[in-house]
Design a protein around this ligand. Sequence first.
Ligand code: G16
Length: 559
Amino acid sequence: MNEEQKALILSSSSHFLPPQGVKLSYGTAGFRADASLLSSAVYRVGILAALRSLKTQAVIGLMITASHNKISDNGVKIADPNGGMLSQHWEPFADALANAPSPQDLIQLINDFVKKEDIQFNGGRPAEVILGRDTRPSGGALLKAATEGIASILGAVATDMGILTTPQLHWMVRARNKGMKASEKDYFEQLSSSFRCLMDLIPSEKSNRKGSNDKLVVDGANGVGGVKLEVLQKQLNGVSIEIRNFGEDGGVLNEGVGADFVQKEKVVPNGFGSEDVGIRCASLDGDADRLVYFSVAPESNSKIELIDGDKILSLFALFIREQLSILSEEEDVKNSRHAHLGVVQTAYANGASTNYLKQLGLEVNFTPTGVKYLHEKAAEFDIGIYFEANGHGTILFSEDLKGWLEAKTKELSSKSKGSEIEKASLRLLAVSELINQAVGDALSGLLLVEVILQHMGWSIHGWNELYHDLPSRQLKVKVADRTAVITANSETVVASPPGLQEAIYAETAKHPQGRCFVRPSGTEDVVRVYAEASTQEAADNLANSLAKLVDQFLGCSKS
Ligand code: G16
């Protein structure tokens, strides 16, 4: 770094001093905290984004969002050149950057890192960062801080893409770096055209069937997702979606609404009730990277039948497997190709879903919580389907398989036009276009669910009957220091504090079909508790006992 560069960072960083006594960690999905604490961290992430762009010589994304968190929180995360999460290798630098106490320490840190990573400031393409934000009121000021951080790297260019869903920004970064059209209009165009293509491929006897194609009602979490879905809907011929909780009628972001609320509380979001019994409903989270479905339980004002990420995964897996099996009937053995299909879950996956997927003969893999881990694992397959129970997931297609499918459809369109094999191959290609390849995306996931339900001729109840979830319960426990909980084996056991796991084993043994774990959240200042068992009462008891244990071992009270 030359002196001019150092002086520029020194002067601009003096406007963004970190709050005293606050330690931030890049966490499950970037930095998240009360918005009032974040301007220095966001400014510094702007610097990191520009350095990452110089290092990779590609466009980098910077998203201001705290997704499912309450409205007073905010956050920031980076999208790498492929549209995925920031390389984990850079996370310690992000942590150090955010926590550097003074501008001088910051300069020292950056200088050392730039040397270590051999980042060149001259000779290559200048840094380029595209930015987006969700609808939080603090977003505008934080975006400005990020832009100043980017501008403190000489020659760096920052482009504000406006209010977006998180997956839209990830999609744009990937598209830009692949040399594809990358505007918001292009995003909507790609989703709607691949959706229409899949709808056209629905077997005619299924597309006329009643029950599968009636109204869908979507809870927009009072965030950005509902607004964007409204735009997208106009481009989908003949699909009827009613959107509620737009955030424009006094509703508060994620408060009593949204995918996180629906999945954790298992009750209807605001704006839904007994008049919706029998209707297919879906819920997005605050930045539209999560999706769950639900139906209002009969004879109840508030209870729901939840269709979570595990069941979305199962639906997707069934559909993909069906298309692959049609393709494998190709007579010309020389031309056929075995596609390796794998699915990825976390410890939150309901045990019944894992059993179901295994019974289908699928390879089920586990990673710790966090899309960054699931995505990496899913990318090892020709087709990798990953979902967290909370509704965050997607389907990844390897470049190799996509190339093969493209060649195959071309060949089949002249050799056996209209054949089942051609249709299966066209469907897979269209899915790879529809479903976001960069990150989990509630809007593209929702369109794929809608297509598959029609393809199968299923109502939401038919889908829900695939398997029956084991009763489960999730709780949050506030503790003095959540980082004192260290886990192992994809978060299924506690390695520290000593003795806690033994106590958990003893509690679990008291509950038939009991399974449970505790882990520190990477997005909220809490320890999370998950328990499942053969009855709801047992799952609740087990979760409560675990919460007490966490309390005993780590102090403070349950929330
Ligand atoms: C983020 C991550 C998800 C993770 C969730 C909760 O979601 O992207 O992978 O499941 O946080 O993480 P934790 O339990 O560590 O708080 P979102 O939708 O909030 O961005």
